[in-house]
Design a protein around this ligand. Structure first.
Ligand SMILES: Nc1ncnc2c1ncn2[C@@H]1O[C@H](COP(=O)(O)OP(=O)(O)O)[C@@H](O)[C@H]1O
Ligand SMILES: [Mg+2]
Length: 255
């Protein structure tokens, strides 16, 4: 039996009273899984994960993390509870060095464990070592996302939640980011990922949900969803022509 890390049930959330954007959406994320949330622009994907992270008011439903009800937990307590959220933008401090970005992300760690933990991050993300003194704003788009993910991982979260980590990146960096996420999962980290880039995300994901108008409309095994007619119609607007899943779309740089 797989162990459920994140269990979101009938979540309803929105920015104004009486105007739900997320409308009874339910998902589960099991330990060491990559779960992908797809959906058309404006479907409420960002609102959904922001609500989970305590950043959009929740008006119904529940969020359980490791069996604990965190529905009402404020955003600033999420890291301590074990949920690390990487927003789509503004996920690093551009004027600070790479190293200082990592240091300030270590808030909940014991002071004496911080240097070793930062070294572990450098070992996991060798690109960042060479840039440790560089202002984060001067990194490439791909390295910036790497730093954002390292900042989230530094505190050993139970689940890493990412909003469109490939947005705005050139294809080369898209591949780099997805390879990085696949590698992180191999080390046992549980990942919930919202993505516009369906093909690349499904190539590294285990299961996926399709969110439409704030609802989970469809669910399946990631490797099967790319060729699923319902997904093609709902999300891609057409059947993907001759879509042959290789299982390594991200690695092949075709994203
Ligand atoms: N800060 C906000 N205030 C009010 N409405 C918002 C805000 N952010 C998003 N919305 C609305 O919520 C809906 C879903 O947006 P979003 O969650 O960003 O979708 P997605 O990430 O799937 O593109 C859209 O109609 C959008 O206009
Ligand atoms: Mg979004």
């Amino acid at each position: 039996m797989s162990e459920t890390v994140l269990d979101v049930r009938d979540l309803e959330a929105g920015y104004e009273p009486g105007v739900p954007i997320v409308r009874r959406a339910s998902i589960t994320v099991n330990k060491s899984e990559i779960v992908v949330v797809l959906g058309p622009n404006g479907a409420g994907k960002s609102s959904f994960i922001k609500a989970i992270a305590g950043l959009v008011p929740i008006t119904g439903g529940t969020v359980f993390l490791d069996g604990k009800d965190i529905t009402a937990a404020p955003a600033h307590t999420m890291v301590r509870l074990g949920l690390a959220f990487v927003p789509q933008t503004e996920n690093i401090f551009p004027l600070m060095s790479v190293e200082d970005n990592l240091k300030v992300a270590c808030g909940i760690l014991q002071r004496r464990e911080i240097p070793a933990r930062i070294d572990e991050m450098y070992a996991a993300f060798p690109d960042l070592v060479r840039q440790r003194r560089t202002a984060a704003g001067n990194l490439s788009g791909g390295q910036r996302q790497m730093l954002a993910v390292a900042r989230a991982l530094v505190v050993h979260p139970k689940v890493l939640v990412l909003d469109e980590p490939s947005a705005g990146l050139s294809p080369k960096f898209v591949s780099m980011v997805f390879e990085m996420l696949a590698g992180i999962r191999k080390s046992g980290v549980t990942i919930l990922l919202v993505e516009q880039n369906a093909k690349a995300a499904l190539a590294i994901g285990d299961r996926a949900y399709v969110l439409v108008e704030g609802r989970d409309r469809h669910e399946g095994i990631a490797s099967e969803l790319w060729n699923d007619p319902v997904v093609a119609e709902l999300y891609l607007g057409q059947r993907p022509l001759g879509a042959q899943r290789t299982g390594h779309a991200a690695r092949g740089g075709t994203a």
